[in-house]
Write a protein that binds this ligand. Structure first.
Ligand SMILES: *[C@@H]1O[C@H](CO)[C@@H](O)[C@H](O)[C@H]1NC(C)=O
Ligand SMILES: *[C@@H]1O[C@H](CO)[C@@H](O)[C@H](O)[C@H]1NC(C)=O
Ligand SMILES: *[C@@H]1O[C@H](CO)[C@@H](O)[C@H](O)[C@H]1NC(C)=O
Ligand SMILES: *[C@@H]1O[C@H](CO)[C@@H](O)[C@H](O)[C@H]1NC(C)=O
Ligand SMILES: *[C@@H]1O[C@H](CO)[C@@H](O)[C@H](O)[C@H]1NC(C)=O
Ligand SMILES: *[C@@H]1O[C@H](CO)[C@@H](O)[C@H](O)[C@H]1NC(C)=O
Ligand SMILES: *[C@@H]1O[C@H](CO)[C@@H](O)[C@H](O)[C@H]1NC(C)=O
Ligand SMILES: [Cu+2]
Length: 196
């Protein structure tokens, strides 16, 4: 259902092809790269995790290291050999809505492992201000959900080359809702070719 409306929109717009944006998570440092990203409605953002176990959780700008109610959440992704998942993909549903996020592992958030998608074009709500508030947070908390929320985990090729490519292996994907399966399956094919 979502897919058909997406396809119809794309057809109407002619060249409105959804793009996947890669965010590199914890590749040798406590960072999301790029930490500041602009993405259009219908685009996807794929967080690709490096060891040893990071997470991505959505936060409100005012509370950098706390999960936002109904925000997205990857769970902890060790991303080592044989890991159940190495990437987490979200879809941008509203490009006017800034999505602030952090890693909830230990004190990574305080140490600057924070990011934003579609930050406000102007004003005080900058990534630097978010990171500064994060550095000041007394602790970090993780969402309580044992499963990923608001996005999809995938068993992509791990950093050492092990693991499966894309979502062709059954059970690789942990879908949030079955109705999203179609769009993600299609997107993942494109994503996989972009990432590898
Ligand atoms: C990961 O970090 C290494 C070492 O800095 C770098 O060579 C590589 O390009 C990075 N990979 C990605 C996908 O950013
Ligand atoms: C998109 O986000 C903006 C900013 O948060 C909000 O004002 C607007 O109502 C949202 N649009 C939809 C369709 O939810
Ligand atoms: C994100 O990057 C753009 C381009 O470098 C910059 O103009 C903008 O101020 C940055 N936004 C935040 C929230 O840091
Ligand atoms: C840091 O925390 C203190 C105490 O909670 C607060 O008064 C101050 O405004 C915070 N500073 C920033 C930059 O968030
Ligand atoms: C950590 O943060 C959570 C939520 O913000 C709060 O409920 C808890 O009391 C805090 N714990 C400590 C030790 O500050
Ligand atoms: C992901 O791939 C790894 C390596 O092939 C495998 O051990 C693991 O069971 C897979 N996980 C899922 C959920 O398919
Ligand atoms: C993943 O794809 C790459 C490039 O096509 C290939 O070299 C690699 O062997 C594949 N890995 C697996 C586990 O299928
Ligand atoms: Cu982390």
């Amino acid at each position: 259902m979502r897919f058909s409306s997406f396809a119809a929109t794309a057809a109407l717009a002619g060249s409105a092809i959804a793009v996947d944006h890669l965010v590199v998570v914890g590749n040798g440092s406590l960072t999301f790269e790029p930490a500041n990203l602009t993405a259009a409605e219908g685009d996807t953002v794929t967080f690709k995790f490096w060891p040893k176990s990071h997470s991505v959780a959505q936060a409100a700008f005012a509370k950098p290291c706390e999960p936002m109610e109904n925000g997205f959440w990857s769970g902890f992704i060790p991303s080592e050999k044989g890991a159940a998942a190495t990437t987490f993909m979200i879809e941008i549903k509203n490009a006017s809505q800034p999505l602030w996020y952090y890693c909830s592992r230990g004190n990574h958030c305080q140490e600057g492992m924070v990011g934003v998608i579609n930050p406000p074009a102007s004003g005080q709500k900058t990534l630097a201000a978010f990171a500064k508030a994060a550095a000041n947070a007394t602790n970090s908390t993780s969402p309580t959900s044992a499963t990923a929320v608001g996005g999809m985990l995938m068993n992509g090729t791990s950093m050492d080359g092990s693991g499966t490519n894309g979502t062709n292996s059954p059970g690789a994907a942990s879908m949030l809702s079955a109705s999203k399966g179609a769009i993600f399956t299609v997107a993942v094919g494109m994503v996989a070719s972009l990432l590898l």
